[in-house]
Design a protein. Sequence first.
Length: 200
Amino acid sequence: MDQESKPAQNGCVNGSGEGSDIFPRSLLKQLDWADYADKFRPAITADQPGDGLLVRPLQKEDYDKGFLQLLGQLTEVGDISREDFLKRYEAMTACPGTYYPVVVEDEVKGQVVGAATLVIEQKFIHHCAVRGRLEDVVVSDDYRGKQLGKLLIAVISLLAKRLHCYKITLDCRDVMIPFYSKMGYTNEAGRANYMTIRYD
């Protein structure tokens, strides 16, 4: 196992990002796309997402590139100041090996047009294994039909595998089950219940 993705004693991943990347961008270069080679027509990968597009880790500068507005197409975000955004960004970087927000940027427009996050939980079970969660998948309305949602799901799923998660899970609306099923996710027998207590 290379040093960059080697778990530290506390289970965190060693290594720093490029510039203000929230995690090392080089991790995205290490993904094995063999499992998803037949999922994309035409073929795209994190290295080649389409003309003028870039797949990369979240950056501080994404506050000014429409990241929060993009999340607003998924769910309620609220009025988040730059200071609040940076505080949350720093809180995430203070927990290395835990948060892996990935974005798709339209480099021509300087806008974030897609996003998804891998959250890693450290466990005592399965010999102190780590579990991944796929969270907050969203693609801008103006960029639908370019396979970017599928691409983000593949990136997060492969990243979880690269970081040695023993499994990755997600929560979704019933209508989205067929979509995620096409990307390899399954409803496990006896584990199809999703229960919530909301405090908002």
